[in-house]
Design a protein around this ligand. Structure first.
Ligand code: ZN
Length: 95
């Protein structure tokens, strides 16, 4: 029985080592391409989740800030966007 050469990725059998090597190169490239597309997909999902997290926190912050203003309206009113440009001020108000 003649020797067979198996691709170590897809296990396909060939009659000669060169054909096997060609298959391994092809399979390796396909595997790398798939890994890269999975990586990109994962990054997009992570980005969406983090945007969602920021939006949720901003909404919560806005609620807290508005409640604070309702209860202590004599305090200086600071626009929410300005809070992010002065983190020290934000901390002094809420932390
Ligand atoms: Zn293969």
């Amino acid at each position: 029985m003649a020797e067979k050469f198996k691709c170590s990725f897809c296990r396909r059998e060939y009659d000669d080592p060169v054909s096997r090597a060609q298959c391994e190169i092809k399979c390796d490239q396909a595997k790398k391409k798939e890994a890269e597309s999975e990586r990109k997909e994962r990054l997009i999902k992570e980005q969406r989740a983090r945007k969602h997290e920021i939006n949720d926190m901003a909404e919560k912050l806005r609620g807290l800030y508005e409640a604070y203003y309702r209860d202590y309206s004599s305090e200086m009113w600071i626009e929410v966007p300005d809070l992010f440009s002065d983190f020290g001020l934000l901390k002094s108000l809420f932390m």
